[in-house]
Write a protein that binds this ligand. Structure first.
Ligand SMILES: [Ca+2]
Ligand SMILES: [Ca+2]
Ligand SMILES: [Ca+2]
Ligand SMILES: [Ca+2]
Length: 441
């Protein structure tokens, strides 16, 4: 009994609150108290032992499991002798006088009999009042009967353990059968195509760098790096997928750099070049990305190559007479400009050539025209929209306004005329050769 927080007196259920009775006793809660009642029912001539586990005769001691037993023995007085005891005993199990349930085992005892359950069974009280024996499900007990590496299977009267997948039975040093990890990697040769990693309860296949594990979790498939990383260019030139890796290669006219992906242009025009191109007397070699251009300077009639400047044709002085000299170009210069294909151009344009005239004339006039374009039909050809001129006093800048697609060769002519008192006093022409190469690098 105790007082609750409102001052009322309430009963404590000792049977629930604490383990008030022994294992073989039934706890009965009463108002303000409790009592323990022995589950053991001993018949006349027998009494419960001190621990309450068994019934004992005054003159005999035995400790059979008698929890399940109902003694229906003959009444025996305490004064009987042991010898008489034996002679007087009736085997109730034999005679069928016992009261054991269908699944119980009857065991005869001196002065009575006991009903026990087969191994692996436990007693169950039936609602009708009798007892029966039911199988113990060892697999659902709190205490594990099988190791964590095994599955438990209940059977009537017993149970068995079966190793889980990845484990197998093997006797240990104490000859206890236990479930040990199977080293699949060594037990099954060729289980994994490339690498096998054993671990407790399983295994895993892994692949060499450049490969990925297939759907079957054992074969290794090459990673096509060229395809997987196509948005992030692995190679400046071409990407070639190889088993376990990839390789870069470059178009003709380039060499693959030591870094394995950059393409470096071969300068065919370099004097130490092994290519030996443009060997003609009036040839001018222009190196382009991925190639080169050879331009032979053929001066117009009345002009000859300047001995000081190979890219310049000068008017033969004795050819020109009087006013005519002022409207005829005094010289032609040949200028070579190279671009890669689709070069990004800022909206304000990009200066590709600058021509300066003498300062002492009243006025200078510039004129730009497209002379020739060489490109295959699938290439977007340059138009007047691509170019512009920007004049500043005696100087003019030729601007590229839009990106150009290669390969294409464009020949432009920029002529400059100088004036004094509104009269032309001289002229020169700059020929611009624009070589747009095939690739963007
Ligand atoms: Ca069982
Ligand atoms: Ca394993
Ligand atoms: Ca690959
Ligand atoms: Ca080149």
């Amino acid at each position: 009994m105790c007082w609750n927080n409102r001052g009322a007196c309430v009963d404590i259920n000792e049977c629930v609150e604490k383990n008030a009775c022994g294992n073989h006793q039934r706890c009965i809660n009463t108002n303000g108290h409790f009592r323990c009642e022995s589950l053991l029912q001993c018949s006349a001539g027998y009494k419960s032992t001190a621990d309450g586990k068994s019934c004992t005769d005054i003159s005999l001691e035995y400790t059979d499991i008698t929890l399940a037993g109902d003694f229906n023995s003959n009444l025996l007085s305490e004064s009987h002798l042991v010898d008489n005891f034996k002679s007087l005993d009736i085997d109730e199990c034999e005679s069928g006088e016992h009261n054991c349930g269908e699944y119980q085992i009857c065991r005869n005892r001196n002065g009575g009999y006991v009903c026990t359950c087969p191994i692996g069974h436990e007693l169950k009280r039936l609602s009708s009042g009798g007892n029966t024996c039911v199988d113990i499900n060892e697999c659902s007990q709190d205490q594990r009967v099988c190791p964590s590496t095994a599955h438990c299977f209940n059977t009537i009267g017993s149970y068995y353990c079966e190793c889980k997948a990845g484990f197998q039975k093997k006797a240990d040093n104490n000859n206890n059968t236990q479930c040990f990890d199977i080293d699949e990697c060594s037990v099954i040769p060729g289980l994994c195509q490339q690498k096998c990693v054993n671990f407790w309860g399983g295994y895993r296949c892994t692949c060499d760098p450049g490969y990925q594990l297939g759907q079957d979790n054992r074969t290794c498939n090459d990673i096509n790096e060229c395809d997987v990383h196509k948005d992030y260019k692995l190679c400046m030139g071409f990407c070639i997928n190889t088993p376990g890796s990839y390789q870069c290669s470059c178009p003709r006219g380039y060499l693959l750099s030591a870094d394995g992906n950059t393409c470096r242009d071969i300068d065919e025009c370099a004097t130490n070049s092994i290519h030996q191109v443009c060997t003609g007397r009036n040839d001018i070699c222009t190196n382009t990305r991925g190639s080169y251009k050879c331009t032979t300077i053929n001066c117009p009639y009345g002009y000859a190559i300047d001995s000081d400047q190979k890219n310049r044709c000068r008017q033969n002085t004795n050819f020109c007479e009087g006013e005519e000299c002022y409207t005829q170009p005094s010289a032609y210069t040949y200028n070579f400009i190279t671009f890669v294909s689709k070069l990004m151009i800022a909206p304000e344009g990009r200066t590709i050539f600058t021509l300066r005239g003498p300062l002492w004339y009243d006025n200078i006039d510039f004129d730009l025209k497209i002379v020739r374009i060489q490109a295959t039909s699938n290439i977007k050809r340059a138009t007047g929209m691509h170019f512009d001129t920007l004049k500043n006093n005696n100087q003019v800048n030729v601007l590229l306004k839009k990106s150009l697609e290669g390969p294409q060769d464009i020949e432009l002519e920029l002529s400059m005329t100088v004036f004094t008192n509104g009269m032309p006093r001289g002229k020169s022409v700059a020929k611009l050769f624009l070589f747009v190469s095939q690739h963007t690098f």
